[in-house]
Design a binder for this molecule. Structure first.
Ligand SMILES: C[S@@+](CC[C@H](N)C(=O)[O-])C[C@H]1O[C@@H](n2cnc3c(N)ncnc32)[C@H](O)[C@@H]1O
Length: 275
């Protein structure tokens, strides 16, 4: 594994003091149990299996503990799906000082978010981008490698891409890395999840998915019949993409997809736009 990525000690949470951590944990538990928060009917959830509210609450914890997200910060959620990350953020972000923008190519998800989230939380806005994706938006008008998002430079403190780079080819991750660099203010952070595949990972019997080598060099496919269903990259590839865009890697926290102990499934990368 590339040295920059061999950050096992850096995968610990940053300095949240025990009191702040307990308050955060309490908020995450409240969110998980709060039936009054918006939630789509299970048959409309197209973003993966599992408990919609619990997974959102779990990620709120990772945004704060691993990414240092503050309640006053502005958030861009690339690939926001059907609001799984947005709903818990409505309970954390300051309704006066902070705002949230979500973008996604799936119209049904954006419509649900506007009707069920923006209606109660007007500082949460959602926008459809008609970017092509063979599984999520076949026939989309915009090629992924040419994506330009409809926001002004340095508008955001925090950008999330949760379970999105795990469905995109390298050229499209590069296009988003350039956009993230443009859209973050100096000192702002990218929270990106990925499958960073290191020597030994694919051989571990407990790994899920069990990746096999993809057609494109450096790639790994969960299912060769649907390469973008779950795509991983050799360690170093995503690091280089982010570096080339001008971002600095601060942390790699390894996920339990590879059959190791971790409190999150996919790998989490935190990258910073230099001051
Ligand atoms: C597994 S889902 C994750 C959704 C959301 N981040 C979550 O965790 O709930 C992947 C999302 O990426 C979106 N997506 C696919 N291609 C995209 C692209 N080129 N740009 C932005 N989002 C994309 C899909 O529409 C889908 O909502």
């Amino acid at each position: 594994m590339n040295a920059q990525f061999d950050l096992t000690s850096a995968s610990r949470a940053p300095n949240l003091d025990p009191g702040a951590d307990a308050i955060l944990q309490n908020l995450m538990e409240q969110i998980t149990q709060d039936d009054s928060l918006p939630a789509p009917s299970p048959e409309n959830v197209f973003v993966g299996d599992g408990d919609y509210r619990a997974i959102g609450a779990e990620y709120l914890g990772h945004f704060v503990r691993l990414g240092g997200l503050q309640p006053s910060e502005s958030v861009l959620d690339i690939g926001c799906g059907i609001g799984r990350m947005a709903v818990p953020l409505t309970q954390y972000l300051d309704s006066e000082k902070a705002f949230y923008e979500g973008v996604d190519p799936v119209n049904a998800g954006i419509e649900w978010c506007v009707q069920n989230i923006t209606s109660s939380y007007p500082n949460f806005r959602f926008c459809r981008v008609d970017v092509a994706h063979e599984l999520y938006n076949p026939g989309g008008a915009i090629a992924g490698h040419e994506i330009v998002l409809p926001f002004s430079d340095a508008k955001f403190d925090f950008v999330t891409m949760v379970s999105v780079a795990t469905h995109l080819p390298e050229t499209e991750i590069s296009a988003y890395a350039r956009e993230v660099m443009r859209l973050l203010r100096p000192g702002g952070r990218l929270f990106l999840t990925a499958f960073v595949v290191a020597a030994g990972d694919p051989d571990r019997k407990t790994a899920r998915p069990r990746f096999t080598r993809g057609k494109t060099p450096g790639t790994w496919y969960g299912d060769p019949l649907a390469p973008l269903g779950a795509i991983g990259f050799d360690a170093g590839i995503i690091e280089d993409i982010l570096k080339k865009a001008g971002l600095q890697i601060r942390r790699l926290s390894l996920g339990h997809w590879r059959g190791i102990e971790s409190n999150h499934y996919q790998d989490v990368i935190i990258a910073v736009k230099p001051e």
